[in-house]
Write a protein that binds this ligand. Structure first.
Ligand code: SAH
Length: 210
């Protein structure tokens, strides 16, 4: 029997992909939560990390993974590593996960968390607005910070048929790159921390908080 939280927080809310449910059950979320919050590791909530950042609510992590429609052979980019939790769940679902984080201290902690829990994920320091072009193209990209518009470099780094799940303002959206152009699907209202980019000009610069 899966733990009660899987039933209550995930399945009853519409997470039906069995691979996603199994991955959520396998990843030890307590290994990614700051030590003071371990008791609340499986709470139905986002939890605070250092530097004003958060580890996403389990349901939102599962919703993102489900929308990415992973079957096991994919290369995935995770933007906004934070604790490394989303990256760990993705690595249960895909063949190769690259993650990028702009705050070096968080990236370093995420590398320790992932290694301790036994996950082989490459965590890069950098501006995820730009993606990680050296490892592109990706079958799927998950973004854990909100932007006022789609970062074009991320869309460009998708294969044809690839999926990009990201919050645009307060809407979680799934974009599919097709040969005929982009197709968008609304997933859920959400609150995420801003995707902070060093790029000048309107758009990324307006997300502020740097
Ligand atoms: N996926 C994370 C959630 C972290 S919150 C987890 O499972 O724990 C979002 C993260 O995005 C924060 O760590 C923040 O520092 C990072 N972030 C914000 N803007 C970014 C950018 N331009 N590039 C890379 N990371 C960014």
């Amino acid at each position: 029997m899966p733990p009660d939280w899987i039933e209550r927080q995930l399945r009853r809310r519409g997470i039906h992909d069995e691979r996603v449910l199994a991955a959520m059950e396998r990843v030890p979320r307590e290994a990614f939560v700051p030590s003071g919050a371990r008791r609340r590791a499986y709470a139905d909530a986002a939890l605070a990390l250092s530097h004003g950042q958060t580890i996403s609510q389990p349901y939102i992590v599962a919703l993102i993974c489900q929308a990415l429609e992973l079957e096991g052979n994919e290369r995935v980019l995770d933007v906004g590593t934070g604790s490394g939790y989303q990256a760990a769940v993705l690595s249960e679902l895909a063949a190769d996960v690259v993650s990028v984080e702009r705050i070096p201290e968080l990236a370093a902690q995420a590398r320790r968390n992932l290694a301790a829990a036994g996950y082989d994920v490459e965590v890069r320091d950098g501006d995820g607005w730009l993606g990680v072009p050296e490892r592109a193209p990706y079958d799927a990209i998950a973004v854990a910070a909100t932007a006022p518009e789609v970062p074009e470099p991320l869309y460009e780094q998708l294969v044809t048929g690839g999926r990009l799940v990201l919050p645009i303002d307060e809407s979680l959206v799934c974009l599919t790159r097709t040969s005929a152009g982009r197709r968008a699907r609304f997933l859920s209202p959400v609150r995420f921390v801003p995707l902070v980019s060093g790029l000048p000009g309107p758009g990324p610069g307006m997300t502020g908080q740097s």
